[in-house]
Design a protein around this ligand. Sequence first.
Ligand code: FA5
Length: 351
Amino acid sequence: MTTQDLLQTIEALTTRALRELQAARDLEALEAWRVSYLGRRGQLTQMLRSVGALSAEERPAGGAAANRAKEALESALERRQEELKATALERGLAEERLDVTLPGRTLNLGRLHPTTQMVREICNIFVSMGFQVMEGPEVEWDRYNFEMLNIPKEHPARDMWDTLWIDRVDDLGERTMLLRTHTSPMQARIMEQTRPPVRVVVPGKCYRYEATDATHEWHFHQIEGLAVDEGITFADLKGTLYELARRIFGAERKVRFRVDYFPFVEPGVDMSIDCFRCKGQGCSLCKNTGWIEILGAGMVHPKVLEGVGYDPNVYTGFAFGLGPERIAMLKYGIDDIRHFYANDLRFLRQF
Ligand code: FA5
């Protein structure tokens, strides 16, 4: 090979190598390129070796050309490495970039069910008046749900609580277990276990085997109240419930007590508030009476006190049972109690 041939070959090789180098898109491709041209068996390395085959006069010029080519490729490789690193960094930064102008994703926050909210509001009012909050079993014995409340087996008052029975009978074939129809069984349970003074409220679920309509569910809540001590009178009952009505429905609410019958109180009453929509004039909400009934109450019957071992000559007390769904209906103008448990988010999201 003459020097002329070698110089041409080196030039062609350098041009090709530089073109390929520009086409390399990542560091791996660069390494492959380096091995292919500058590696121990690389194309340029081979060429440098072939300089030795030139004659002594031609060797310096050929060697110098080959070395220049080597340096040119090495510095081109370095530059390309820097370029690719910079591009990779830019790409990385671009990928990590946060577009703060994008609208945020909506977070669906949960909330308390309107019944739970109402139960808590009512319980808090009683707590502020010195009552404790207790809970009791939803599956209850006949004994607590009826018998200890002065409602014996054949008593007609049992018709007032259409009952869902648990499939279990005693030795005499009598059904003994049920889903509680009211929270009143907790009156007996609490008094059995404590001595006066007693001041408790009991929120919880109740169940009745009855047809549903706008004001009746087969599953609903009650809050029971019970206060027993020496010297408790009907005035205490009225004062406590009046305060409840004012705190929930406003200071100017009027309250009405009327005689009602519950076997476990004597006397028994129901309490109504004057209709806040028509201010007592009569409207569809209050069925033209001007009053809306919100709870049943009364003075604890002496027989109930005796049944739990309290001396009715020493202790007296009052009890009441109210429906938080009915109170929420009145407070928020809800026209049908069945909305509460229909799981319709359009309804639930309003609270
Ligand atoms: C009772 O259940 C008595 N235990 C209340 C009581 C307690 C009286 C202590 C005296 C002393 P009544 O069946 O009226 O009473 O129910 C009381 C409240 O529970 C009602 O005023 C109403 O707010 C609610 N309630 C009753 N039945 C239903 C029903 N099917 N659906 C929704 N709420 C109901």
